[in-house]
Design a protein around this ligand. Structure first.
Ligand code: C5J
Length: 228
């Protein structure tokens, strides 16, 4: 039996009351295209080593979440192979030599089914864990994420992944507007721009937690129940 009462986790701007039975772990875009050389992140001129420090805390949190028997959902940013879901405005963005759909060292960039689009081996989903394929930055836009969460009775989300100020922020905002309480472990999110990461986290907790709460993965792991 998973505990239905809440457990307090130290967080900013004040403790988060975790109700494990109705809380899912949502891991965003921990894909080769964002974390490994040769992918979309690097194509945009970013240094992927800036975001790799989030891998190990995510791996530990994922293992603890699975051990507690709680819902894990993964999301991937990417497009259909025929690119019919890729807005022209997004394709052209960045002014790079290559764009989404072009061939790179890990296959076609940010295209579903390609090596680069897949989730990194360290955090690979189990067959039982839903994977949300999203065409945008937010995990709710043009996906069935909200339906899946509703069907599981989820009211709270622990949101991790990359990048802090882009897909994580967009998804936290989308989730907040849909009535979910969002907790972001700062060590499980990362940005190519450390100052955007810092400011992005402050924007979540400002004004009494306008978008949610920020804590760290060690505190969250410490209170997770053990599956019976
Ligand atoms: C970006 C993301 N940064 N997953 N996507 O383009 O944050």
């Amino acid at each position: 039996m998973i505990e239905k009462s809440s457990i307090k986790i130290e967080a900013e701007p004040y403790p988060f009351a975790l109700t494990a039975a109705s809380c899912a772990l949502l891991i965003l875009d921990m894909q080769r295209d964002f974390l490994e050389p040769g992918g979309f992140g690097e194509m945009l001129g970013n240094d992927v080593s800036q975001v790799r420090h989030a891998i190990e805390p995510n791996r530990q949190l994922l293992m603890a979440w699975r051990a507690a028997g709680l819902l894990v959902i993964h999301a991937r940013e990417g497009h259909r192979p025929d690119l019919t879901d890729l807005p022209e405005a997004k394709r052209k963005r960045g002014w790079g030599k290559t764009s989404i759909g072009d061939h790179g060292p890990m296959g076609r960039i940010l295209v579903r089914g390609e090596k680069g689009h897949d989730i990194i081996p360290e955090l690979y989903p189990l067959p039982s864990e839903p994977v949300i394929d999203k065409p945008g930055k937010g995990a709710f836009y043009a996906t069935d994420l909200h339906t899946i969460l509703q069907n599981h009775g989820i009211k709270q989300l622990v949101i991790t992944g990359v990048t802090t100020e882009v897909c994580v922020h967009t998804t936290v905002r989308e989730a907040n507007d849909r009535g979910y309480e969002c907790l972001v472990p700062h060590d499980c999110v990362a940005s190519y721009f450390p100052h955007f990461h810092e400011v992005g986290l402050k924007m979540i907790t400002a004004q009494g937690g306008i978008f949610g709460w920020v804590s760290d993965s060690t505190r969250i792991r410490a209170v997770l129940p053990k599956k019976l």
